[in-house]
Design a protein around this ligand. Sequence first.
Ligand code: ADP
Length: 423
Amino acid sequence: MTTIFGAIADDFTGATDLAGLLARSGVRVSLRMGVPDQEPTDTAAFEVIALKSRTAPVADAVAETRKALRWLQRAGAKRFFWKYCSTFDSTAEGNIGPVAEALMADLGVEQTIYCPAFPENGRAIFMGNLFVGQQPLAESPMKDHPLTPMRDSNLMRLLDPQVSKPVGLADRLTVARGAAALKSVLDTHKADGVAHVVVDAVANSDLETIAEACRDMVLMTGGSAVAMPLPALYLADGTLSADAPKATTPTLAAQSIVLSGSCSSMTNKQVATYLETGAPAYRLDPLELAENGAAPVLEWLSDQDLGQAPLVYATADPASVKAAQAKLGVAQAGEMIEQVLASCAVAARDLGARRFIAAGGETSGAITKALDVTQLDIGAEIAPGVPWCFAKSGGHQIALTLKSGNFGNEGFFTDALRKLEIA
Ligand code: ADP
């Protein structure tokens, strides 16, 4: 199958989110962890490459993205998508703008759009200002993000210092008038030399208008949601043939494991809810781990019935996390726990587990790496932005779901296991 659409995401769970929304259409979507070493073979119609470039130095982010672009071009893609966070996580240096300009230069395009809106998750753009729920971005918790504090809500002002060419807006009033009106505003901007156009969207119907107006753009940029309508549009206009391979669900043994390293408030609730089901569980204590290593939990795991989907978790409340970090160091505590959860994943696989639930962005990265998973096919969505994925690990077919901190509702772990039964 020739790839028709190639997306590059600046982080791992963001890539999963985009792949999940594209897969809602039922077409095969493939996710690669980093730029593959091998030349493209057996690629899906929709390919997503996950990078870890959100907070990398600008030059590194640009170089890695261009490498991903070349791989996607060799896979046959003619349309491209640059995916970043729906809260526009970036600094005055980048990396959203510089990466977009590098992609535009390589692709020879004069204009692209910026639409990080994700209405289902409360991200809306009005008159170029980004809202998180009812709060302007700069008043939301994102104002205090440790790496990319967002202190302005206006996307044009945020983007301007990141790019060399003019920035403009296509506002909600234009989008409300439909795809033709939006196209005409984009054309006027293009004639005026406006290369970077922020596009307002407050509801899914706006995203449909935008996708329809921009589906033939060689490069679009945004959050995941604006790409969601594209597969259906490409199917309708024949860009994607109706007999393109569909997503398939492999048959997998029921042995499962749940590994939780996120300490977000939602993951704390998810762990508590799962414990109430009476599933076997092992709580990792960072101080004890520092002393005794992974041996005790691995021994516990080897005695478990994986048919009952045991849970291993380091998830803890903010006070316990602070206490562990004060004793061990923030990075050291995090890294140690990630490595232990990754070892549990490998041990569980070797004991027969074929279904893996991972909670936590960094935790998911460590687990995927340890399982040596480099390519995933996207399956059924469990919660908005969190699909089941299918991959090969150690010669076995496995299912994996990678949930970042606050995603999913309280029953996520049970919902995920159930979803695989009915998928
Ligand atoms: P999220 O998606 O919620 O940000 P991550 O996995 O990305 O989750 O980050 C959580 C980090 O916290 C990981 O590095 C993890 O190892 C670390 N961590 C987990 N439990 C504890 C704990 N009890 N004490 C200290 N750090 C912890």
